[in-house]
Design a protein around this ligand. Structure first.
Ligand SMILES: NC(=O)c1ccc[n+]([C@@H]2O[C@H](COP(=O)([O-])OP(=O)(O)OC[C@H]3O[C@@H](n4cnc5c(N)ncnc54)[C@H](OP(=O)(O)O)[C@@H]3O)[C@@H](O)[C@H]2O)c1
Length: 236
Protein backbone atom coordinates (compact mmCIF):
# COMPACT_ATOMS: atom_id res chain seq x y z
CA UNK A 1 0.00 0.00 0.00
CA UNK A 2 1.27 3.48 -0.87
CA UNK A 3 0.07 6.55 1.02
CA UNK A 4 1.04 10.19 0.41
CA UNK A 5 0.15 12.76 3.04
CA UNK A 6 0.48 16.37 1.89
CA UNK A 7 0.99 18.52 5.01
CA UNK A 8 2.37 15.65 7.08
CA UNK A 9 4.06 18.20 9.34
CA UNK A 10 0.76 19.79 10.42
CA UNK A 11 -1.10 19.11 13.65
CA UNK A 12 -3.59 16.78 11.96
CA UNK A 13 -1.03 15.59 9.37
CA UNK A 14 1.37 14.17 11.99
CA UNK A 15 -1.50 12.37 13.73
CA UNK A 16 -2.58 10.92 10.37
CA UNK A 17 0.90 9.51 9.81
CA UNK A 18 0.98 7.90 13.29
CA UNK A 19 -2.47 6.39 12.77
CA UNK A 20 -1.59 5.12 9.28
CA UNK A 21 1.56 3.47 10.67
CA UNK A 22 -0.59 1.54 13.15
CA UNK A 23 -3.38 0.58 10.76
CA UNK A 24 -1.44 -0.32 7.61
CA UNK A 25 1.50 -2.46 8.55
CA UNK A 26 4.06 -2.62 5.75
CA UNK A 27 2.65 0.40 3.93
CA UNK A 28 5.01 2.91 2.32
CA UNK A 29 4.15 6.30 3.70
CA UNK A 30 5.35 9.49 2.04
CA UNK A 31 4.72 12.74 3.91
CA UNK A 32 5.46 16.31 2.94
CA UNK A 33 6.47 19.32 5.01
CA UNK A 34 6.89 22.93 3.99
CA UNK A 35 8.71 24.99 6.65
CA UNK A 36 8.80 22.59 9.63
CA UNK A 37 10.41 19.19 9.08
CA UNK A 38 9.33 16.83 11.90
CA UNK A 39 12.26 15.22 13.66
CA UNK A 40 11.04 11.62 13.68
CA UNK A 41 12.04 8.99 11.15
CA UNK A 42 11.08 5.39 10.43
CA UNK A 43 12.15 3.01 7.64
CA UNK A 44 8.68 3.01 6.02
CA UNK A 45 8.27 6.80 6.26
CA UNK A 46 9.80 9.19 3.73
CA UNK A 47 9.74 12.94 4.41
CA UNK A 48 9.69 15.15 1.32
CA UNK A 49 9.87 18.95 1.13
CA UNK A 50 7.04 20.58 -0.80
CA UNK A 51 5.59 23.99 -1.45
CA UNK A 52 2.12 22.86 -2.51
CA UNK A 53 1.39 26.19 -4.24
CA UNK A 54 4.22 25.52 -6.70
CA UNK A 55 3.04 23.51 -9.73
CA UNK A 56 6.54 22.46 -10.77
CA UNK A 57 7.23 20.96 -7.33
CA UNK A 58 3.94 19.02 -7.43
CA UNK A 59 4.73 17.82 -10.94
CA UNK A 60 8.18 16.59 -9.80
CA UNK A 61 6.62 14.80 -6.82
CA UNK A 62 4.16 13.06 -9.14
CA UNK A 63 7.10 11.83 -11.24
CA UNK A 64 8.62 10.32 -8.10
CA UNK A 65 5.44 8.61 -6.81
CA UNK A 66 3.71 7.09 -9.82
CA UNK A 67 1.07 4.90 -8.16
CA UNK A 68 -0.97 5.65 -5.06
CA UNK A 69 -3.66 3.95 -2.98
CA UNK A 70 -4.33 6.94 -0.78
CA UNK A 71 -3.55 10.61 -1.24
CA UNK A 72 -4.46 12.95 1.61
CA UNK A 73 -4.25 16.71 1.37
CA UNK A 74 -4.19 18.02 4.94
CA UNK A 75 -2.62 21.43 4.41
CA UNK A 76 -4.58 24.54 5.19
CA UNK A 77 -4.44 28.18 6.25
CA UNK A 78 -6.68 30.24 8.53
CA UNK A 79 -4.52 32.97 10.07
CA UNK A 80 -1.01 34.42 9.88
CA UNK A 81 1.15 35.92 12.67
CA UNK A 82 -0.14 39.36 11.64
CA UNK A 83 -3.71 38.60 10.60
CA UNK A 84 -6.74 36.79 12.00
CA UNK A 85 -9.77 35.86 9.87
CA UNK A 86 -12.14 38.75 9.18
CA UNK A 87 -15.03 39.53 11.53
CA UNK A 88 -16.39 41.99 8.98
CA UNK A 89 -15.93 42.61 5.28
CA UNK A 90 -14.40 45.95 6.33
CA UNK A 91 -11.32 43.94 7.38
CA UNK A 92 -11.06 42.26 3.96
CA UNK A 93 -7.51 42.34 2.64
CA UNK A 94 -6.47 41.28 -0.87
CA UNK A 95 -3.20 39.61 0.13
CA UNK A 96 -4.85 37.66 2.95
CA UNK A 97 -7.64 36.52 0.60
CA UNK A 98 -5.10 35.36 -1.98
CA UNK A 99 -3.13 33.50 0.70
CA UNK A 100 -6.33 31.66 1.66
CA UNK A 101 -7.00 30.72 -1.95
CA UNK A 102 -3.44 29.64 -2.66
CA UNK A 103 -3.24 27.40 0.43
CA UNK A 104 -6.82 26.14 0.81
CA UNK A 105 -7.96 25.81 -2.82
CA UNK A 106 -5.07 25.71 -5.29
CA UNK A 107 -3.06 22.69 -3.99
CA UNK A 108 -5.96 20.24 -4.46
CA UNK A 109 -6.38 21.33 -8.09
CA UNK A 110 -2.66 20.88 -8.74
CA UNK A 111 -2.62 17.51 -6.98
CA UNK A 112 -5.63 16.29 -8.99
CA UNK A 113 -4.00 17.41 -12.23
CA UNK A 114 -0.66 15.73 -11.61
CA UNK A 115 -1.64 12.62 -9.59
CA UNK A 116 -4.58 11.53 -11.79
CA UNK A 117 -2.36 8.99 -13.56
CA UNK A 118 -1.01 7.67 -10.22
CA UNK A 119 -4.56 6.60 -9.32
CA UNK A 120 -5.00 4.95 -12.71
CA UNK A 121 -1.74 3.05 -12.16
CA UNK A 122 -2.82 1.87 -8.69
CA UNK A 123 -5.38 -0.48 -10.22
CA UNK A 124 -7.61 -1.24 -7.25
CA UNK A 125 -9.75 1.12 -5.21
CA UNK A 126 -7.88 4.40 -4.52
CA UNK A 127 -8.85 7.37 -2.41
CA UNK A 128 -8.05 11.08 -2.60
CA UNK A 129 -9.14 12.73 0.65
CA UNK A 130 -9.07 16.49 1.05
CA UNK A 131 -9.36 18.32 4.35
CA UNK A 132 -12.04 20.91 3.87
CA UNK A 133 -14.19 22.46 6.63
CA UNK A 134 -17.90 22.62 7.41
CA UNK A 135 -17.47 26.40 7.35
CA UNK A 136 -17.02 26.10 3.56
CA UNK A 137 -20.62 24.93 3.20
CA UNK A 138 -22.76 27.70 1.69
CA UNK A 139 -26.07 26.21 2.84
CA UNK A 140 -24.78 25.67 6.41
CA UNK A 141 -23.55 29.28 6.78
CA UNK A 142 -25.59 30.93 9.52
CA UNK A 143 -23.00 33.09 11.29
CA UNK A 144 -21.13 34.93 8.51
CA UNK A 145 -17.59 36.19 9.13
CA UNK A 146 -14.24 34.65 8.09
CA UNK A 147 -15.05 35.55 4.50
CA UNK A 148 -11.65 34.62 3.00
CA UNK A 149 -11.42 31.19 4.68
CA UNK A 150 -15.08 30.38 3.98
CA UNK A 151 -14.74 31.42 0.31
CA UNK A 152 -11.54 29.43 -0.21
CA UNK A 153 -13.06 26.27 1.30
CA UNK A 154 -16.29 26.75 -0.71
CA UNK A 155 -14.15 27.04 -3.86
CA UNK A 156 -12.27 23.91 -2.76
CA UNK A 157 -15.57 22.06 -2.35
CA UNK A 158 -16.66 23.07 -5.85
CA UNK A 159 -13.32 21.88 -7.26
CA UNK A 160 -13.74 18.50 -5.53
CA UNK A 161 -17.32 18.06 -6.79
CA UNK A 162 -16.35 19.09 -10.33
CA UNK A 163 -13.29 16.83 -10.56
CA UNK A 164 -15.19 13.89 -9.05
CA UNK A 165 -17.79 14.12 -11.83
CA UNK A 166 -15.07 14.09 -14.48
CA UNK A 167 -13.27 11.18 -12.79
CA UNK A 168 -16.45 9.09 -12.58
CA UNK A 169 -16.02 8.85 -16.37
CA UNK A 170 -12.24 8.68 -16.64
CA UNK A 171 -10.65 7.40 -13.38
CA UNK A 172 -13.40 5.17 -12.07
CA UNK A 173 -11.39 3.49 -9.31
CA UNK A 174 -10.99 6.68 -7.24
CA UNK A 175 -13.07 8.04 -4.40
CA UNK A 176 -12.36 11.78 -4.16
CA UNK A 177 -13.98 13.37 -1.13
CA UNK A 178 -14.01 16.44 1.11
CA UNK A 179 -13.57 15.80 4.83
CA UNK A 180 -14.49 18.00 7.78
CA UNK A 181 -12.30 17.02 10.74
CA UNK A 182 -14.18 18.86 13.49
CA UNK A 183 -12.44 21.45 15.64
CA UNK A 184 -9.07 19.94 16.43
CA UNK A 185 -6.35 21.09 18.81
CA UNK A 186 -3.65 22.36 16.39
CA UNK A 187 -1.85 25.63 15.59
CA UNK A 188 -4.62 26.43 13.10
CA UNK A 189 -7.37 26.48 15.74
CA UNK A 190 -5.25 27.83 18.67
CA UNK A 191 -6.42 31.48 18.60
CA UNK A 192 -10.09 30.39 18.73
CA UNK A 193 -10.02 27.67 21.36
CA UNK A 194 -10.76 29.87 24.41
CA UNK A 195 -14.50 30.08 23.61
CA UNK A 196 -14.91 26.32 23.31
CA UNK A 197 -16.22 23.84 25.85
CA UNK A 198 -13.69 21.00 26.36
CA UNK A 199 -15.96 18.51 24.56
CA UNK A 200 -15.98 20.77 21.48
CA UNK A 201 -12.22 20.38 20.95
CA UNK A 202 -10.85 17.09 19.63
CA UNK A 203 -7.30 15.83 19.92
CA UNK A 204 -5.48 15.35 16.62
CA UNK A 205 -5.24 11.62 17.46
CA UNK A 206 -9.02 11.38 17.75
CA UNK A 207 -9.45 13.23 14.43
CA UNK A 208 -6.98 10.90 12.69
CA UNK A 209 -8.77 7.80 14.03
CA UNK A 210 -12.12 9.20 12.87
CA UNK A 211 -10.66 10.06 9.48
CA UNK A 212 -9.44 6.51 8.79
CA UNK A 213 -12.71 5.00 10.07
CA UNK A 214 -14.71 7.17 7.66
CA UNK A 215 -12.25 6.80 4.77
CA UNK A 216 -12.36 3.02 5.06
CA UNK A 217 -16.14 3.01 4.59
CA UNK A 218 -16.08 4.98 1.32
CA UNK A 219 -15.86 3.44 -2.15
CA UNK A 220 -15.64 4.97 -5.61
CA UNK A 221 -19.47 5.02 -5.64
CA UNK A 222 -19.22 7.73 -2.93
CA UNK A 223 -16.84 9.93 -4.92
CA UNK A 224 -17.74 13.61 -4.73
CA UNK A 225 -19.10 13.50 -1.18
CA UNK A 226 -18.54 15.95 1.69
CA UNK A 227 -18.46 14.14 5.03
CA UNK A 228 -17.62 14.91 8.62
CA UNK A 229 -15.60 13.00 11.22
CA UNK A 230 -18.69 11.01 12.21
CA UNK A 231 -19.28 9.91 8.63
CA UNK A 232 -22.31 12.20 8.27
CA UNK A 233 -22.90 13.99 5.01
CA UNK A 234 -22.58 17.78 4.95
CA UNK A 235 -24.67 19.83 2.53
CA UNK A 236 -22.71 21.91 0.04
N1 LIG B 1 -7.71 22.25 13.19
C1 LIG B 1 -9.01 22.44 13.03
O1 LIG B 1 -9.77 22.71 13.99
C2 LIG B 1 -9.63 22.32 11.66
C3 LIG B 1 -11.03 22.48 11.54
C4 LIG B 1 -11.60 22.37 10.27
C5 LIG B 1 -10.80 22.11 9.16
N2 LIG B 1 -9.44 21.99 9.31
C6 LIG B 1 -8.63 21.73 8.11
O2 LIG B 1 -7.80 20.60 8.35
C7 LIG B 1 -6.56 20.76 7.62
C8 LIG B 1 -5.37 20.53 8.56
O3 LIG B 1 -5.36 21.56 9.53
P1 LIG B 1 -4.35 21.58 10.78
O4 LIG B 1 -5.16 22.02 11.93
O5 LIG B 1 -3.58 20.33 10.84
O6 LIG B 1 -3.38 22.79 10.35
P2 LIG B 1 -1.86 23.10 10.78
O7 LIG B 1 -1.49 22.35 12.01
O8 LIG B 1 -1.75 24.58 10.80
O9 LIG B 1 -1.00 22.50 9.55
C9 LIG B 1 -0.92 23.17 8.34
C10 LIG B 1 -0.07 22.36 7.39
O10 LIG B 1 -0.02 23.04 6.13
C11 LIG B 1 1.34 23.01 5.67
N3 LIG B 1 1.60 24.10 4.72
C12 LIG B 1 1.44 25.43 4.91
N4 LIG B 1 1.82 26.11 3.80
C13 LIG B 1 2.23 25.17 2.90
C14 LIG B 1 2.72 25.21 1.58
N5 LIG B 1 2.89 26.38 0.91
N6 LIG B 1 3.02 24.05 0.96
C15 LIG B 1 2.88 22.87 1.59
N7 LIG B 1 2.41 22.75 2.85
C16 LIG B 1 2.10 23.89 3.49
C17 LIG B 1 2.16 23.15 6.94
O11 LIG B 1 3.51 22.76 6.68
P3 LIG B 1 4.77 23.34 7.56
O12 LIG B 1 4.30 23.39 9.00
O13 LIG B 1 5.86 22.35 7.32
O14 LIG B 1 5.09 24.69 7.01
C18 LIG B 1 1.40 22.17 7.83
O15 LIG B 1 1.80 20.86 7.52
C19 LIG B 1 -6.63 22.15 6.96
O16 LIG B 1 -7.09 22.03 5.65
C20 LIG B 1 -7.68 22.88 7.80
O17 LIG B 1 -8.31 23.92 7.07
C21 LIG B 1 -8.85 22.07 10.53
Amino acid sequence: MKILIIGGSGGIGQALIKEALQRFEGANIYATYHKNKPQWNLPCLTWLPLDATNENQIFKLSQKITDLDLLINSIGFLHSPSQLPEKSVQQFDVDFFQQNLSLNTLPTLLLAKHFQSAFKNAGNQSRFAVFSARIGSISDNRLGGWVSYRSSKAALNMAIKTISIEWQRTVKNVCLFAFHPGTTDTELSKPFQHNLKPQQLQTAKHTAEAFFDVCGQLTSADSGCFVDYQGNSITW
